[in-house]
Design a protein around this ligand. Structure first.
Ligand code: HEC
Ligand code: HEC
Length: 297
């Protein structure tokens, strides 16, 4: 009997140890399975309703002061989508990362330093419950990004041609800096400007080759930025998209070097003109200084 009791206790202890490790080593997406819609609503009603509205329709009281309309969660569409292009819904992880990292240049704050991972998963569950788009579908797998073409001068050269062939300059300009040839509007009817591709800090999504590849493949839903997935040149397009990514990174790099050079030239011109005109303003400044000293006495 005592032995049985001991065996039971040991197995109980083993269970506890297993649970402890399971919780710590489970992948993040598995933690999402235990997310609580009710807790998500509580957090939403503290941090999110001001912009996204009480019912998640993107019509909070602060929305009128923002250049961009906050997302309307009742239509279930998201901009940062890394699911395959033939699947219309985003991955749960996409919503998680959007909340965690924010979209600073668009007025959506990052929450990773305010909320815990579990709280963000609870928010994902709550936001998903506001539309029926997610009801009968599984979380899709991520887009296949295994064909990455490494950065090289040859790839950049091919990317430049692909950039033109895919008509990116129509919106992003010949060198990625704009201006667009036509006036663009998003699905909410608001004026929208294509991203200046040479200023990575203004991006709404992460500035990594993989994230840019996903953005070019899927386009940006709710905006005129199109998906690039024509099945006709599927194989050709695969390489073209990676080459374009390398070209954009090259564009950003050269533009940054050019801007640094311009800043240096302007600083040199300013310093030289200050030195050349010094004989004129130094006596004047000295006189003013002397008068102030006398005034203080
Ligand atoms: C200061 C206003 C503001 C607050 C507060 C705010 N958001 Fe947003 N949010 C925005 C704006 C604006 C956008 C749209 C950005 C765009 O379209 O480029 C947005 C977009 C989003 C998106 C869409 C991401 C995508 O890929 O399309 C999600 C998800 C989101 N917010 C969740 C939240 C959650 C959850 C909270 C609360 C923890 C929150 N937001 C708080 C302004 C806000
Ligand atoms: C019809 C116009 C249009 C065309 C064509 C177009 N884009 Fe865009 N693109 C946009 C707009 C508008 C945005 C900004 C969306 C936003 O801010 O929500 C954008 C944003 C982007 C972004 C920034 C994503 C981020 O995280 O901020 C990248 C990268 C990009 N486009 C690359 C391309 C490439 C490469 C091509 C050609 C293969 C292309 N675009 C073709 C309109 C266009």
């Amino acid at each position: 009997m005592a032995i049985m009791q001991e065996v039971k206790e040991v197995s109980h202890l083993m269970n506890k140890i297993f649970l402890f490790f399971a919780i710590f080593f489970l992948p993040q997406s598995a933690v999402a399975m235990t997310a609580s819609v009710e807790n998500g609503k509580k957090i939403y009603d503290i941090h999110c309703f001001q912009c996204h509205g009480f019912e998640g329709r993107g019509d909070g009281s602060a929305a009128t002061y923002l250049a961009r309309r906050p997302r309307d969660f009742t239509d279930g569409l998201y901009k940062l989508k890394t699911s395959p292009p033939d699947v219309s819904r985003v991955r749960d992880e996409d919503i998680y990362h959007a909340i965690s990292n924010g979209m600073s240049s668009a007025g959506m704050p990052p929450w990773k330093n305010v909320l815990s991972g579990q709280e963000i998963w609870d928010l994902v569950a709550y936001i998903k419950s506001l539309t029926d788009l997610f009801d009968d579908t599984e979380n899709p797998p991520p887009l296949d990004i295994s064909g990455r073409i490494p950065y090289s001068p040859e790839s950049v050269q091919r990317g430049e041609m692909a950039y033109r062939e895919l008509k990116c300059p129509e919106c992003h300009g010949p060198l990625g800096e704009g201006p667009p040839t036509k006036e663009l509007k998003d699905d909410y009817g608001q004026r929208i400007w294509p991203r200046d591709l040479t200023r990575s800090w203004t991006f709404i999504g992460p500035y990594t080759p993989q994230a840019m590849y996903a953005r070019i493949t899927n386009g940006i839903p709710l905006t005129p930025m199109p998906a690039h997935v024509l099945p006709v040149f599927k194989d050709k397009l695969e390489g073209m998209r990676w080459d374009v990514v390398n070209y954009i990174m090259w564009l950003a790099d050269t533009a940054e070097k050019r801007r640094a050079k311009q800043r240096m030239i302007i600083s040199i011109i300013l310093l030289v003109s200050l030195a050349v005109t010094a004989p004129y303003y130094i006596p004047y400044l000295r006189r003013r200084w002397a008068i102030r000293k006398i005034g203080r006495r």
